[in-house]
Design a protein. Structure first.
Length: 214
């Protein structure tokens, strides 16, 4: 579990993480900032708070990912690679063969993801494709951050994936209402974790997703 107190520090500092891994996370952070001058990877207003706003926010999902039954993680609308480049760096010393799959339509962002995957020696596949046009996909976890609303993610999971175990995603301050609304059309089990980086947000793990009969 990540300690919320670390978020107040300027430098990246995570418990039970090697110095080498921390250096890679710092290198990744700098790569985002350098590239952000050319292409819009993150909002410029969050550059000064990149560690708390993006790196720690991504890292906290490790509690849902570092499990024995998870070997493949598919990131939708990957952008700068948040959260999955962070997860890949954290998981590299933990699990041999942990695989990341990225779907990102943007040519420039896809190239950035390829550079990061190569730079940090991650086992990854980057597809510059529209996830809505893909079919029969297989993964253990579908993960996304600031991609699409929850109902859309549910549709993608059931229509475009042939098999998956979990969905991991972020919910904002209206998360409770969103969950109430989707539960009218969907059945699912949920694990919810209060966000360490945003007081009104949470990270959720969805399993056993089924659409209710109309």
């Amino acid at each position: 579990m990540i300690d919320s107190k670390i978020i107040k520090k300027d430098k990246i500092s995570l418990p039970n993480v090697s110095r080498e891994t921390l250096m890679e996370l710092e290198d990744y952070t700098q790569s985002i900032l350098n590239t952000n001058r050319e292409i819009n990877l993150i909002s410029s207003s969050t550059e000064k708070s990149i560690n708390s706003r993006h790196i720690y926010d991504s890292a906290q999902t490790i509690d849902f990912i570092d499990k024995n039954d998870i070997k493949v993680c598919t990131d939708l609308g990957s952008g700068a690679g948040l959260p999955s480049i962070v997860l890949g760096i954290l998981m590299k010393p933990k699990k041999r063969g942990f695989k990341l799959i990225f779907y990102e339509k943007s040519y420039h962002k896809s190239n950035f993801l390829k550079e990061m995957a190569k730079k940090f020696k991650l086992e990854a596949k980057i597809y510059q494709k529209n996830i809505f046009e893909q079919k029969n996909l297989v993964t253990d976890v579908i993960i996304c951050r600031a991609f699409k609303p929850l109902p859309v993610i549910f549709d993608i999971a059931t229509k475009n994936f042939k098999n998956f175990k979990y969905i991991v995603m972020y919910l904002g301050k209206s998360g409770k209402k969103i969950l109430e609304d989707v539960s009218k059309k969907w059945r699912f089990d949920i694990e919810e974790m209060k966000s360490l980086t945003s007081e009104n947000s949470s990270v959720v793990k969805i399993s056993n997703l089924k659409k209710k009969y109309e």
